[in-house]
Design a protein around this ligand. Structure first.
Ligand code: MF3
Ligand code: CO
Length: 286
């Protein structure tokens, strides 16, 4: 049986068919996975997501200016909450599917979804991912950065942090309008594996903007599949999690959130929210 692919695209009733429709329909008719019309953001939605992204970037810049050894991850959480709320926005993680804090803080072997805590004190040489997501006027943005506490760590962890950043950049360069989401993971996996690193498979980038998590799923490893057609007006994240050792991870049974590397070797992640333009990707979270 040939695999059935969902026919996501249709011509909205309130307007005549355009060349843009025809172009997407031609992919769909050849059996490719295409976006649904609601994944193509209107200019008004793009402006909203962009403004949300400005606050999101402000949060990360604030964290960058304050983060240091001796600080608890709960202090980072308070900083994120206060800045976000005082700028008229809402931290998207807070109460999201029961997540108890305003930001994810993931230290060393924690891959992602680390929960800020008074008991977790940052030490020199720690590497930490701070993952910030913001809702402004109903529009979502999502980005994360790595920080090296005290500015210096082991050469091995320093290299992991910079290769993970290169993976995000290389993934973003691989994404082209009228290309496929699968091109992103292919490029990322190649770079990570050349450096001897594992690429996490259990968590993916995602469409974002009108909701926290939308289609498409953006895998960071080589799935050997095309994935969804990339079309101007789509907004999604790329957020590769790169492990020093194995790609395998587990979820902490007690808090049901914290994702940890199976071998407990360090992991690093960088993330941006991107708009697909006629020529490539534009970062909405600088
Ligand atoms: N910010 C994460 C992402 O990049 C999502 C975190 S979900 C939360 O998609 F509930 F843990 F915040
Ligand atoms: Co994300």
């Amino acid at each position: 049986m040939p695999k059935k692919i969902k026919r996501n695209w249709y011509v909205p009733k309130d307007r005549p068919i355009t060349d843009f429709d025809r172009r997407i329909l031609s992919y769909q008719n050849r059996g490719k996975l295409v976006p649904s019309p609601k994944l193509i953001k209107t200019p008004e939605q793009i402006e909203g997501i962009r403004r949300s992204g400005v606050i999101n970037t402000g949060v990360l810049d604030l964290v960058a200016s304050k983060i240091c050894a001796g600080m608890s991850t709960a202090e980072i959480d308070r900083m994120v909450y206060d800045y976000t709320v005082s700028h008229g926005a809402i931290p998207a993680p807070l109460n999201y599917e029961g997540f108890p804090k305003s930001v994810c803080t993931s230290v060393n072997e924690v891959v992602c979804h680390g929960i800020p805590s008074e008991d977790e004190i940052l030490e020199e040489g720690d590497i930490i991912n701070v993952d910030v997501s913001t809702i402004l006027d109903g529009y979502y943005s999502d980005a994360s950065r790595m920080f090296i506490i005290g500015g210096k760590t082991t050469p091995e962890k320093e290299r992991l942090v910079s290769v993970a950043k290169e993976c995000l950049e290389i993934g973003a360069q691989a994404a082209k309008p009228w290309g496929f989401i699968g091109d992103i993971g292919k490029a990322i996996a190649k770079h990570a594996h050349r450096n001897g690193y594992g690429v996490v498979r259990d968590l993916a980038g995602h469409g974002v903007g009108n909701e926290f998590h939308e289609d498409p799923e953006v895998d960071h490893y080589n799935t050997h599949k095309d994935g969804m057609l990339i079309v101007p007006g789509m907004v999604f994240t790329i957020e590769p999690m790169i492990n020093m050792g194995t790609w395998e991870v587990f979820v902490d049974e007690e808090d049901e959130w914290t994702v940890v590397t199976e071998d407990e070797l360090p992991s690093a992640q960088w993330e941006h929210t991107f708009l697909v333009t006629e020529t490539g990707l534009e970062v909405l979270t600088y």
